[in-house]
Ligand binder design. Sequence first.
Ligand code: JSK
Length: 447
Amino acid sequence: MATITFPKDFRFGVSTASYQIEGAYDEDGRGMSIWDTYSRIPGRVLNGDNGDTACDSYHRMDEDIALLKELGVNTYRFSIAWPRIFPNGRGEVNQKGLDHYHQFVDKLIENGIEPLCTIYHWDLPQSLQDEGGWKNRQTIEAFVEYSDLLFREFSGKIKSWLTINEPWCVSFLGYFVGEQAPGEKDLQTSLDVAHHLLLAHGRAVKRFKELGIPGEIGFAPNVTWYEPFSNQPEDVEACKRISAWFMEWFLDPVFKGSYPQILVDWFAKKGAKVNIQEGDMEIISQPIDILGINFYTGNVSRYKEGNGTFDCEHLDGLFDKTDIGFTIYADAFYKVLVDIKNKYGDVPVYITENGATYNQDPVDGRVIDDKRIKYLKQHLTQISRALASGVNLKGYCVWSLMDNYEWSYGYSMRFGLVHVDYHTLKRTKKDSYFWYKKLNQNHWFEL
Ligand code: JSK
């Protein structure tokens, strides 16, 4: 039996996001977000589920903090709901929204848990969407106004910040694949949105530095590892394209100040291009202090003419899958982290999301989620390997503390260490919760 050990100062945490857990969608002056709107469009979300109540975490602060405290995590990654702070996206501030997060952050700190705050985790105020949302460059100004307020309000309390969660999902799932709010399907629009998100990120980082806020700031892209099935050039190229779509499209601009040429050329053949204005790339490539990485899956893929946008097919039958259908390829976690280090250097990395969907309900008050424990063990083993290879890893957060609203899958997909009964809102600690608690106590686990 092998023992996997982590450095004493390695941070362990769990992650959530506002719309996915809070509920209380019309309370204390909260404005509407694009997910309130999108989830009400028939056919967009499985079973017509929405986040009106979610896990009711807005009302269950003490209960949720007790779960974190017993779990023994020293880090909690959560997001602030923009429409609670600016119900109309900009302008008038909603003091009750600010008060809520002050109370929450104060309690985290009292309990010895460091807040790691995501500024934008997909709940754009609907009034900004009415003006074009992320298609409109003016939304960048609103995002800077919102970020600026948070920085000044929470200066000294929140020391770790992430500007934008998974810009790939926001731009490409939201505006090209059309599986996430606002559900449009246009390649050119998705490239415009991706560019505006990157600009919003860069502008917020710049403001953070100008204000001299103590702490660290970065963003949290989702990365997926695509490995060529053979070393034939067309397989290698197909994988380069699909990897560049998920990874380099966001990481190259931030770290190198340019978009990956292989995709710029590919998109040009499809009639789409990035609309870059003078000075944009300089803003986007502001130095960042931390990089958040969300990792779930990888694949072996090969060239297939006409398949999807990138002439690429995934041999996902080679892998086991979690209940959401993501392939399980733990070695890819190590590979992608080493790849990021080689391409972008030694920026401190937090794993801001990693976890597995297994949809089990309690039986006699217990959830025996061995498969989730196995997934976490496999992936944490790769984290330990990456640490040994010199990847500058600072911490790891499991997605998620508890089962929650999984976007277009509604409540059907359960990622939590804690089970939530959506009728009674009762929380039940799963076996994986107790396993992770032990890891937090020991900083090692037995494989
Ligand atoms: C989980 C990625 C943020 C947090 C969690 C979903 C995801 C995803 C979900 C890609 C994806 C779907 C599907 C279709 C078509 C490709 C959340 N992360 N989570 N992380 N990633 N088509 N190609 N041509 O809930 O809120 O793609 O992809």
